[in-house]
Structure formats: C-alpha cells, structure tokens
Design a protein around this ligand. Structure first.
Ligand code: RNT
Ligand code: ZN
Length: 422
C-alpha cells in the first residue's frame, strides 16, 4: 500500500479516537507547530567554534566521539543545520555561541566582539524566517584555564569576562532587532573548585557584582532577554560551583531576568519538569536547556523519554509556552551529527504534540474531584493512544519526511557532503 495513503487513513481513525475524549487533533497539530524550539549550533562541530584550530573544549564539559564530517566553518555548519531543520517540523530558532563569530581570519578578542561578525548568521536566519539566540562563551579560552571567569579573584581577568558578557548582550540585541523576535542571551560560566573550598561566600559575591556590571548596560527587552544557567557540578568543579541553582534563582528573581534550567544540571533524582511550576511563581519567563544526562551531565542526544515528556506536559498543561523558552543543549560526536539534531529535534516536537493530544481538563477535573484512580487510569491509557498516526500526518501535511524516511536523506547527505570533509 502507498505509505502516504496509509498515513492519511490511520490519521482519520486516530482523529475520531481523540475526538471521543474531547481532543481536537487539528488544533493539537496547529499548536505544536507554533511553539518555537531553539536548535543549538554546537552539536554540529563538537563545541569547537571558529576561534582556535587546536584548543580543547574546556569548562568541565565534554564531547566524545570522532564521527567523520564535523563542520569546520560557518558555511558548513549552516548547511548541516539547514539539512537537519528540513527534517524537523515546527517553528525553529537557532542558538549560537560567541565562538561562532566569523572574523574573516582576523583575531578578535572575545571582549571586542561586534555584531558585524555575526552578519552571515543573521542574513541566513532572515532568509529562513528563524529567530536567533545567543550565549557568551566563558570556556575554551586561556583566561578561563584556571577554572574561574566572572568570579575570578583577579580583577583584570574578571573585567575581561565582564566585557565579554556586555558585548554579547549587544550582539543579542542586534539579533533581536534584525529578526523581529527577542534573542535569549544565556550566561553559563564554568567557575568552581575541584576540591573543598575554604571560602564559598566571596566567589559568589564576586559573581553577583560581575553580573550586575554586565546587566547594567541598558538593553531593550524587546530585543534581548537575559538568562542565567546554574549547575550542580562539572568535571573539575566537583566540590563547588559558584553559579549554583540557589544562587541564580535568587539572582534572577532579584533582577527580573530569566532563569535557565538545564536538564542535566541537577542531582540525578531531581526532576527539572517539577521545577518549572515553582520558578514561574516568581519569575515571568524562563529558559529550558533540553539535554539528557547519563550518569552525569553527559549531554547525550535527547530521547523521547519520561522527563522530556514531563517537561512538555508541564508547559502545555499550564499554558505557559509563552513563558518558557525551549532550547537544546547536547553534543554527541560519536554518531552522524546531522542525525543527532534530527533525532533530538523530532523527539522534542513529538513530546509537544503528545502534550497537546492530552485531555488535560479531564485530568484536572478528576484531580479536583479527588478521583485519583481515574486520573491515573486515564494517564496510563493515553500512553498507547495513536500518537504516531497524528505525528505521521503532521509531518506529511507539513512537507516533512514521516517516520524513519528522513534517515535515507541523512545518509545521502553524508555520502555527498559530509564524507568529503578532510
Ligand atoms: C554547560 C552548560 C552550557 C553549555 C553550552 C555549550 O554545562 O550546559 O549550557 O553546554 O553553553
Ligand atoms: Zn546548558
């Protein structure tokens, strides 16, 4: 049987099944399609950036794997991302780091970066109608080699990183103004100690003062939104991280900025999905770094697992998709990197669709009535409802390859393009 025809027929039956529990599948597809998800450029080149040829990734984060075909410049990276995004449905944004500046071979220090070095990215995003997000890069640099940046005891080093933060916010502003959608500029720093600190207080005081200096440059929120990202520990900062969750939660509330929660930055039994509703009581908007920790903050490719689903359920059930910015943060160099984007990207979109296919009101009513039996029973039955039929139809009707058909496209791209790189 013709597969497209088959998908349409299955969808018609699924639509009826969902209608019977009060779910409008057309509306679910439409809502799913509208939610922006920011895809990170750094999956495409193992977080190397364009600044140095020979510098190892630092800051306590790691990419493993030597799969051939890593993007080596802006054009390759853009072409790879374009390929990946053509196989993921929905509204896209692209997330950049400062190390992806294109300086035409000129050495430009990070505290001297300017919007013009990102003009290629902006032109490209404009052409596709995508928004851009941004991150100052506080790692993989000689001045971060001893493990401290914004909380460094040396005033001059701190100053360098403060200036980096400041120029990055104006680059974010430029993205927002050019593209007509605010850029989320997210600050993550690696600062911390491998072993037990004698003073936990003063580095945090210094971090607060540095952040204040970065943020004191006035920038219109219409164009740039500031976020801060916490962490529990990193490689080499096992005993103490200056920018902890409590630190940034306090900082974000006090200063009215966004708080970023990375799914890999908490204790393994803590669930980021449960934190969203607490944070939104006190902070108007937040950022999610969708990642997958395996035993530690390993940044594996995002799976369609319970935690991803729970995060999307939280956002959709509570109607907070305008307040939660969704972005990816994973990097795997052991598989085809374009496929890594597509797998994670499609999974996030599937989880969003699944959340919209839930009769949330029914579940909430059962809860209010104290019918916890009904709540649990319905939640479990919903897991095997024909989500795939709606997903396939969503892809097909939006010109996106359904099911695993996209994989042939990735292999073709690998053969024609990626395998020809070095
Ligand atoms: C590191 C943070 C941070 C980085 C990216 C590359 O632990 O998660 O977000 O992964 O900025
Ligand atoms: Zn992150």
């Amino acid at each position: 049987m013709n597969i497209d025809k088959h998908i349409e027929q299955q969808y018609i039956m699924a639509r009826e099944q969902y209608a019977a529990i009060g779910v409008d599948t057309e509306k679910a597809i439409d809502m799913t399609d509208r939610i922006p998800v920011s895809i990170h450029c750094w999956q495409g080149d193992d977080v190397k950036g364009f600044e140095y040829d020979d510098r190892e990734l630092s800051g306590g984060i790691q990419v493993t794997g030597a799969y051939p075909g890593r993007a080596r410049n802006g054009d390759e990276l853009r072409s790879d991302m374009e390929k990946a995004l053509s196989m993921i449905p929905g509204r896209h944004r692209v997330n950049l780091h400062a190390i992806y500046a294109e300086t035409n071979g000129k050495k430009v220090e990070r505290n001297r970066l300017e919007p013009k070095y990102f003009a290629n990215w902006v032109d490209w995003a404009k052409e596709h109608g995508w928004g851009l997000d941004f991150n100052p890069t506080f790692f993989s640099h000689p001045l971060s080699d001893d493990g401290f940046t914004l909380s460094h005891p040396d005033r001059a080093i701190r100053q360098f990183w403060i200036e980096h933060g400041q120029v990055c916010r104006s680059i974010g502003e430029y993205f927002g103004r050019e593209l007509g959608t605010p850029c989320v500029t997210n600050i993550w720093i690696p600062d911390g100690f491998k072993d037990i600190p004698a003073d936990r207080f003063v580095p945090r005081e210094r971090l607060e003062a540095s952040l204040d200096e970065i943020l004191k440059v006035p920038i219109d929120k219409k164009y740039n939104l500031d976020a801060v990202e916490s962490k529990l520990f990193g490689i080499g900062s096992e005993s103490y991280v200056v920018g902890s969750h409590e630190f940034y939660m306090g900082y974000a509330i006090k200063n009215g900025i966004l708080l970023c929660l990375d799914a890999g930055h908490f204790h393994p039994t803590e669930m980021v999905s449960d934190k969203i509703s607490s944070i939104l009581q006190f902070i108007p908007e937040m950022l999610l770094h969708v990642s997958r920790p395996v035993r530690w903050d390993s940044d594996h490719v995002v799976l369609l697992d319970d935690e991803l689903q729970n995060m999307m359920h939280q956002i959709v059930r509570e109607d907070v998709y305008d307040r939660v910015h969704i972005a990816f943060d994973y990097f795997d160099g052991s598989i085809n990197r374009v496929a890594a984007w597509v797998i994670g990207g499609r999974n996030a979109r599937k989880a969003i669709l699944t959340a919209f296919l839930e009769p949330s009101e029914k579940l909430k009513q059962a809860e209010i009535k104290g019918d916890y039996t009904g709540r649990l029973a319905l939640m479990e039955e919903l897991k095997t409802y024909p989500i795939q039929a709606v997903w396939d139809y969503y892809c097909l009707s939006h010109g996106i390859l359904p099911r695993e058909r996209w994989l042939d496209e990735v292999y073709r791209y690998e053969k024609d393009i990626l395998s020809k790189r070095d």
